[in-house]
Design a protein around this ligand. Structure first.
Ligand code: CA
Length: 227
C-alpha cells in the first residue's frame, strides 16, 4: 500500500518515509498543494499524510477539494501544536485523523494503519456499523433503517465512532469535536455525551454498543444477537 506525504520540511519527509517503511508502507512525497494536485490527478493512494502549513496554499484547500469531488482517501492531518482550531477545521473538512507536531513516528504509523484497516463500507457519505447508519451530509441517524432524531453533539460523537470502524477513538478527538460545536463544554463533557448516546442507541434498538477503553478512549462493537 502506498501513502502520499504532503509536507514541505525535507527532514521530516525523510523521517516519515523511513518510519512508514519500517511499518511496511511505501510512500511518495510532495512539498506543495500544487504538486499534490498534480500527482493525485493520476495516482490513487491508500492514504494521505497532509501538512497544513505548505508554501503555496493551506493543506486544507487540498482536503476540501478531495472531499468535494467525492474522493474518500483517508487523510491524516499534521497540525502545529495547540492548533485546536486547525484540528477542528480539519476534521470538519473531512480529515480522518490528525496528529499535532511534534509526534512520535510509532504513533503516526499506528494511526495510519488503523485508517487503512477501516472497512470499505465506512468510506463515503453514509457511515454504517451494525444496524446504525449516519448520513454525514444530512446529519441524519438511522437505526435499523428508521430515522432517529439525535441532537447535534450526540450525532458528532457517533460520527467519530463510526469513522473509526470498530477501532479505538482517542478521547481528545471527541473533545475537539465538542469544543468545535460550542466553546462551553465541561471537563466531563465527553463522558456525558457518550452516556447519552449509549442510552439513545439502546432505546432505538441498536445492534452496537460503545465500550470504554480506560485511559484511551472509546470504541464501537457489534453485539451478538440474543439466543
Ligand atoms: Ca509545513
Amino acid at each position: 500500500m502506498r501513502v502520499l506525504i504532503v509536507e514541505d520540511n525535507p527532514e521530516l519527509v525523510s523521517l516519515l518515509i523511513k518510519g512508514l517503511g519500517q511499518g511496511g508502507l511505501s510512500a511518495d512525497s510532495v512539498g506543495t498543494v500544487g504538486d499534490a494536485q498534480h500527482v493525485l490527478a493520476t495516482m490513487k493512494y491508500a492514504a494521505i499524510v497532509l501538512d497544513l502549513g505548505l508554501p503555496d496554499e493551506d493543506g486544507l484547500t487540498l482536503l476540501r477539494e478531495l472531499r468535494r469531488r467525492g474522493d474518500s482517501t483517508p487523510v491524516l492531518v499534521l497540525t502545529a501544536r495547540d492548533g485546536v482550531t486547525d484540528r477542528v477545521t480539519g476534521l470538519r473538512e473531512g480529515a480522518d485523523d490528525y496528529l499535532p507536531k511534534p509526534f512520535a513516528m510509532e504513533e503516526l504509523v499506528a494511526r495510519l494503519q488503523a485508517l487503512l484497516r477501516r472497512p470499505g463500507n465506512l468510506l463515503g457519505r453514509l457511515l454504517t456499523f451494525g444496524n446504525v447508519a449516519l448520513d454525514t451530509d444530512g446529519r441524519q441517524v438511522f437505526v435499523n433503517g428508521t430515522p432517529r432524531a439525535f441532537p447535534a453533539r450526540e450525532t458528532a460523537v457517533l460520527e467519530i465512532l463510526l469513522r473509526r470502524g470498530g477501532n479505538v477513538a482517542p478521547k481528545r478527538l471527541f473533545e475537539d469535536h465538542l469544543f468545535g460545536l460550542s466553546g462551553d463544554v465541561g471537563s466531563n463533557a465527553v463522558e456525558v455525551y457518550i452516556h447519552r448516546l449509549r442510552k439513545m442507541l439502546g432505546d432505538a434498538g441498536a445492534s452496537v454498543k460503545i465500550h470504554t477503553v480506560r485511559g484511551v478512549g472509546y470504541l464501537m462493537a457489534e453485539e451478538k444477537a440474543p439466543g
